[in-house]
Design a protein around this ligand. Sequence first.
Ligand SMILES: [Zn+2]
Length: 1049
Amino acid sequence: MSSTDFSSQNGAGGPPYANGPSQNPVALQPPGPGYMAHQTPYNPMQAKGPMPPGPGLYNSGPYQPVPPVSSNQALPGQPMLKRPPMGPQHSMTPPQSASPNPGSRIPPAHATPPPVSANNYQHAPAWQYGGTPPMGAPPPMAMPPLRPAGNHMTSSPSLATPQASSAEYRATPPVFHNAMQPLCPPTSLQGYTQQGHMPTPGNGAQVPNSFDHLEMGPKMAGPLPPQQPSPPTRHMGLSYPSLPPGYQNTSAPPNAATMQHPVQPSTQPYSHPQPYQQPSAGPAQLSPSLSGLSLQSQTPEALRVVNLLQERNLLPLGPVTPPTPCLPQDLQKINCHPEVFRSTLTSIPQTQSLLNKAKLPLGLLLHPFKDLSQLPVVTSSTIVRCRSCRTYINPFVTFLDQRRWKCNLCYRVNDVPEEFMYNPVSRSYGEPHKRPEVQNATLEFIAPSEYMLRPPQPAVYLIVLDVSHNAVETGYLDVVCQSLLENINALPGDSRTKIGFITFDSTIHFYNLQEGLSQPQMLIVSDIEDIFLPTPDSLLVNLNECKELVQDLLRSLPQMFGKTMETQCALGPALQAAFKLLSATGGRVSVFQTQLPSLGVGALKSREDPNQRASAKDIQHLSPATDFYKKLALDCSGQQVAVDLFLLSSQYCDLASLGCISRYSAGSVYYYPSYHQQHNPAGVECFQKDLKRYLTRKIGFEAVMRIRCSKGLSIHTFHGNFFVRSTDLLSLPNVNPDAGFAVQMSIEENLVDMQSVSFQAALLYTSSKGERRIRVHTMCLPVVNSLSDIFAGADVQAITCLLASMAVDRSVTASLSDARDAMTNASIDSLTSFRTSVLTIQQPGLLAPACLRLFPLYILALLKQKAFRTGTSTRLDDRVYAMCQLKYQPLAYVMLMIHPALYRVDDLTDEGALNVSERTIPQPRVQQLSVEKLSRDGAFLMDAGSVIYLWIGRNCNPNFLTQVLGLPNYAAVPLNMNMLPELDTAESQRTRAFVGWLREQRPFFPILHVIRDESPLKASFLQNMIEDRTESALSYYEFLLHIQQQVSK
Ligand SMILES: [Zn+2]
């Protein structure tokens, strides 16, 4: 496949985008013919238990029994199996795109021309932010926009466990239990407390129902009364009139801390007597409250003018927190939590031309299936949705009276159904606005049967293992099998859960695990050109009924191939076999691969030239070498199969090609370079921890996610791992709690009559317990009409993450240098716009509003990031993996990859410490990423997301060495130290508490590397010192000068 195939990411060839919600009021098409549209009267309320598979769901067609081969004799020289007569095929029809509903808006016929940048050659590749709606109809199968993603896992004690009490509200008056246990104490994340969500036993996606069509009513109620936005209070920074550009190394201005607007808890854990919070939530009622609400709380600091050339240390003392949308407090209090749903601009421009003028990208960042410590769950026979655009009722709708509500996305007036009049929380009647649906911006529904196209399928897991000589040599099989044995009872599922195994080298090996056998039987298929399933009925077995055979297999697998000399590897045929095995039910395929596939379809050749790793020129081969993996992924997606890829290799494996299998099937990619059981113990530990998280984290099957937005806004490009089924609908055969998504948006119609707009993400999925669930997140943001207000609401981290995703696409569709230029230009353009359009008094220097003061730093960090750097030796797979991660990880982890956090830790104290679950967690201040911050008598910890470095200075305080590391002196620090000893000293406890707390903040397990001057990893550590100059890249100060030059033009 050529790189042009990716152009669809930016819309060309994509579906005709109509405007958001009104256009797709409905629904999803059945994912494939295997689906039965609701003919099965299936009552989810009774479906908690195992469901027998419906007729016809499993392929039980005729096949010729093949003599099973006992595993003991199965190795080389095995009798070959002949292909049995064709059984019934699971035909799969590519998912159709949803038909636009009648009356929807006409897709824009023209694309907005890209903003033309007036500057010189360097300025050429600017982005069109949201300007170009995709054109053309979606070819049924093609174009999932996006790139692969990275991923992670591992348990974060505080947030992870999906279980806990889910509060279920049942709506029908009589029965309802209100099991609201205030779950686990919300753990503080980054300084604020996450509230409002609770883990649930499922995961999710949203399913449409064909009744939607029938329900379609007239659209659009009248426009809202014009809003009177309060005049923004501008505080232009006149505070630095014309200081000489003495670039002092001063510390952050005292008010830096005040920039971090404390994040409000998004959802009130509603305890019973619920305060009546939302009398006038809807946009129509905004005016009174808005007019009283000046922007004062935010404007002064967010727009304070900072001369970047003068104020050197711009980092806040602690984590950078997102801006708080400028909404009336009662609305903001219940707004969606920024960890789940975030916008690059927390004030939405009224028009596209205003947005174009600001030169800032408009988009959303989502972490829709995040593990939550509290999640309201509603069981209701009627899920109340807008009849016109199908929006779920939410805290930002308006109740005109007790019987009518106005949709906040399309403004249609809807009736309040009778049963919605009953409030299960207060057990009272006649208070629809107090229902949990209207009090929570994030909640989950147990979906009734019309949200099912077939009975919810069981959890199905298929493990596919590379057992070639190279694979066995790494020793990874021991770890995988051991981890499966340890976690086999913790796999999400119920009594219907199924499991199966495939191994492969130059042939494909299946395992008959049928109940009643005395031991697993291995079946070898050597005809990899035309792969078939030898005994289709006994290869996927019920985990509970066949657990002993499964455990037998796991115990013997590592030895079975111990002496293999087979070096070939037929990954493509193995994946085809996996697809056939799961196509009836859907499910999850976990592929473990250790080398470049060499046999059969999908075989690849090395494309990496090691001499080009440090090239300062464009990097080749970022796009796939074959479309085999993408096509197979789309087939998988059509049958609700997701493929997760674990790549463990010391050699080039062409991740750019292999990663497509996960990218388009909504899977995850894990990459362990230089994995080896003996030689890389830290890598083994990381792999073990990741596997545990992977095997036990929540999972949702048969998922779809739809993103709706208020009339006038439109979604055009998605980033993440999925297949785009229609304009705003993502197909996610699996959804996991560690996946992030980003969306670019544009403004199609002026929002002049609106005071606020809303965005709603609905994820419909089948939980591992066989429940159909819908998780709904709704975010409300104010609309503004001045550039200064737009700038005041800019979320620099969200902007940076969205730009990173866009740059990954640009690297593949155009070139790496093009992407790099575009990122640089993004910062130049926005600061130019600020200078020329917002600042009223010109002054020398490079001026930025305080809310964007970190923008150039983050852009420089991106240019030096593994994904985009040039001139520094970077292996191609490492680079491609970094690109995957930038597109697939949630914002918080992406930010650590881009701009690691550096702390001095040899002098930790309890001053200002956090108290979490009776543990005291020191909170050292964040340091600038420059070697001049490293003092030789200290120890510094760098948190780069998936890796943590502990750098020990040559003259490090001996107290730290003895009390924390348990070492007599600097020379005793080993070159490959990966853990901190558990010493009974205050210093050791503080340090371990801090490192442990950092690790708890994420679902994957960052490796700790203790390094000193002689350590091989010192170079990696120093490469993260992004403020410093290197042979191939500018220092931060030089970069600022470069930007200033461009801005002044
Ligand atoms: Zn609506």
